[in-house]
Design a protein around this ligand. Structure first.
Ligand code: ZN
Length: 185
């Protein structure tokens, strides 16, 4: 390949990637949403490895992750150590501020009533979640806490993001748990 050809190839590639970017631009928020949900899923996988229910969460401020967490109720013997609570606390530590203004919470599973309440208290802007939680869900399934106008703050909610991946992790976890129990008996 001559230097000229190489140059023109590079330009072509650059043009293509620029075009790609402009094409993507309309969907940039979707891409970002998934990008952060993948990080929440990574946290859920950490929980899985620690034999905790695989739920993960991250808090995003100005396009940057400022808090992460996964379920630690068993290891900490703490019923409040849900992924979202851990992530909210770590985000507040990062900001040095209990109010999480302009922060979004990404969680792999619909937050329960406690975590939905904590998100309202923290003034979270928007909650993105993956799988729905029909038994404890506080963001649509059983209650709509973040949208309740009797409270002094409301968070937007968007569910169903990478729901399949989130639900699959849970399914695998409980399947393994059942197997372990069966092997013990
Ligand atoms: Zn919770």
């Amino acid at each position: 390949m001559t230097a000229d050809q190489d140059q023109s190839n590079q330009e072509e590639q650059q043009e293509r990637s620029t075009k790609g970017h402009s094409l993507l631009h309309g969907n940039l928020s979707v891409v970002n949403t998934e990008k952060f949900m993948i990080e929440a899923l990574r946290e859920a996988e950490s929980a899985f490895r620690e034999d905790e229910t695989p739920i993960g969460a991250v808090v995003v401020h100005k396009n940057r992750i400022i808090g992460r967490g996964h379920n630690r109720t068993i290891s900490l013997s703490d019923p409040t150590a849900h992924a979202e609570m851990v992530a909210l606390t770590s985000a507040s530590e990062t900001l040095g501020e209990w109010r999480l203004i302009e922060c979004d919470l990404y969680c792999t599973v619909e937050p329960c009533v406690m975590c939905a309440g904590a998100s309202v208290l923290a003034r979270v802007r928007k909650i993105y979640y993956g799988a729905t939680e029909p038994k404890f869900g506080g963001c649509g399934s059983l209650f709509q806490i973040p949208l309740d106008t009797r409270l002094n703050h409301q968070c937007e909610i968007e569910g169903g993001i990478m729901a399949h991946e989130s639900a699959e992790l849970l399914r695998d976890f409980f399947q393994q748990l059942r197997l372990k129990k069966a092997n013990r008996n």
